[in-house]
Write a protein that binds this ligand. Structure first.
Ligand SMILES: [Zn+2]
Length: 323
């Protein structure tokens, strides 16, 4: 089956290099928006225009589903909820970050600083990364969600039951929405046609727990989706994915290849993650340096579970070696 007639894609601009984000409107007895776009004037305007073209305005919304806690996907949710009274639903894992909880924010800052320090990132670069990370705050607004979307939750889109899939990896709280009979998946940033999703390192949900290993989670979530009958995936950015299984195989092969490059970088001598990131990507702005480091951590952890790499602490630094 194809995309249901009640489901509409509204591309909304973002100030980020990823380009526009896809917001989905589902018509039916509960007018529902899946993701919102960032809190950014051009996004606000084009969402309003997209809704108007379908005969609606923001105040008509009754339900807002947020797929994950990246500002390009949820930044406008608070003002849309205030204008419409819509209830906002997401995975409970996203709730504290979206609420702008101070403890959560400070523990994230401390977590990223500790990760960067252990990776050998110089203090000046850590400060720049933190400054860029904080800059993303302007594209969101704190929001109280009703965090009830977990694996297996059924929810109504267009008066049909859709199933929530919990697919961590790109972020620890990412959900996809699945319609088994129609074989349609709203894949958010889990599966994008033109871009390889970056699994981003995040602190554990509860202090004291082990932190998630994003690439391992991401690959497991991809393998899971590859098992499902899906004819078309409607992603968070870019065009629909019409060959999900083939694309998933390509994505996993890409990460294997990247992991192999990192293994080659380790061959000569032991290295910190920052050194590896400079070898692979000599010049990056602070936020992309952070994303590169995050990705390399993912690949090294993947190599570690395969028995190909290991690490040890030398003073404040974690040093990686080829096995
Ligand atoms: Zn994202």
């Amino acid at each position: 089956m194809t995309v249901p007639p009640y489901l509409h894609t509204i591309p909304v601009p973002t100030p980020f290099s990823v380009g526009p984000v896809n917001v989905y409107l589902a018509e039916g007895s509960l007018l529902t928006l899946v993701d919102t776009g960032p809190r950014f004037d051009p996004a606000r305007q084009s969402l309003a225009d997209g809704l108007a073209a379908l005969g609606y305005q923001p105040s008509d919304l009754q339900q807002i589903i947020l797929t994950h806690a990246h500002s390009d996907h949820w930044g406008l949710a608070a003002e849309l909820a205030a204008a419409s009274g819509a209830r906002v639903l997401t995975h409970p894992m996203n709730a504290a970050e979206m609420a702008g909880n101070v403890v959560e924010r400070e523990s994230r800052t401390a977590f990223y600083a500790a990760v960067a320090q252990e990776a050998g990132v110089p203090p000046a670069v850590i400060a720049q990364i933190e400054q860029s990370r904080q800059g993303f705050g302007q594209f969101t607004q704190p929001l109280q969600t009703e965090g009830t979307l977990v694996e297996g939750t059924m929810l109504l889109l267009g008066d049909e039951a859709w199933q929530v899939l919990y697919t961590p990896g790109h972020t620890r709280g990412l959900i996809c929405l699945y319609h088994p009979r129609r074989r349609v998946l709203l894949s958010s940033d889990h599966l994008l046609a033109d871009i390889s999703s970056n699994p981003v390192i995040e602190p554990p949900e509860r202090k004291g727990n082990a932190r998630p290993r994003p690439l391992l989670d991401y690959v497991a979530s991809l393998q899971r989706v590859a098992q499902l009958p899906v004819d078309i995936a409607l992603p968070g950015h870019g065009p629909p994915v019409t060959n999900p299984r083939e694309l998933i195989a390509r994505r996993i092969a890409f990460h294997q290849e990247r992991a192999q490059h990192i293994l080659e970088a380790l061959r000569e001598e032991t290295r910190t993650i920052y050194e590896i990131s400079l070898l692979l990507f000599p010049s990056l702005d602070p936020i992309n340096r952070f994303l590169a480091i995050s990705e390399i951590i993912g690949h090294l952890e993947w190599l570690e579970v395969q028995g190909k790499a290991r690490s040890e602490m030398q003073g404040p630094l974690r040093i990686w070696k080829k096995v």
